[in-house]
Design a protein around this ligand. Sequence first.
Ligand code: AVJ
Length: 346
Amino acid sequence: MSSEKREREHSRKMTLQQDNREAEEFASDVARCLASKNKYLSPKYLYDKIGSQLFEQICLQPEYYLTRIEASILNKHVPVISKLVGNNIEIIELGSGSSDKTAILLSHLSSQKKRIYYFPIDISSSILIESKRKLESQFPDVRINGIRSDYDTGIDRAATECMSIENSSNNNNNIPYTKLVLFLGSSIGNFEFKEAGALLRSVRKKLHTNDFLLIGFDLQKDESVLNAAYNDKAGMTAKFNLNLLARINRELDGNFELGKFEHRAYYCRERRRIEMHLVSKTDQQLYIGALGRIFALKKGESIHTENSYKYSFDQISALAEDCGFTVEKNFIDKKRWFDLALLSPS
Ligand code: AVJ
């Protein structure tokens, strides 16, 4: 067997192993969730192929201001960001999704004839393949290497790739690279403050003094705006939420009837977060084939599917400082609804 073929075989095997591990993790998390009193499931499970497509639809809804505002902030400030990162850049993006906002950055950077590597990390392989294809035709000079993974493993793998670029014999001039880690869309809001800190610290560990983290925070604002954003009139967010049950049916041979659940999303003032739930409309029993188990749900009982924390500037700088970063710049919109924060190692 040629070494190339052997390598391909090996990577196929690794992918299959990873798929298996993830399928088992999903099954055991669903079992634990449905068996516990407070039923909570990690929001990462919302993003299978269909869920990722539905999220793209959410971003187009008039009530869901986050994506549009963040893109407009990026558009406005991309020249400054571009100047700061130098001429040889390794972009690592956590949860890249469609990479639409990143395209704004890539467009500017590549027009400046910079040498760019891009490592999009996402949990959905289909969206990674699709966005890589799109970006490669749009930006033929950008070298793209997608990493299908959750954040923690993804950061490690991307950092390893960067190391091998910097140390490769091709880089015989020892060109210094700047790492730019992107964490857009306010996905940091999905984490409890403690977990958000852990994630930022693990990013920090991979960065040198001159590297950057560009991270989006949804800011605290009028509750009615927030409630509307997660209860769009077209019902996309409801569909996105309910798809989690459909996914359990598809992948774990469940028998959820989606009509027996209601999408509920509301701003919780004390905790400064949007909570998203699937509420059972009736007393019901659920059978999950892959687990060979029956679970009971009472009328009004909920499965908590996501939190989305809303930040203040004080919380943002406290989080940054706590994790070894300094806030270089808060790029914000006129309404002060969204903050794209540029952090650098302290
Ligand atoms: C992708 C986590 C940023 O919290 O606003 C959108 C996900 N959930 N509508 C968010 C989401 C419901 C989104 N993030």
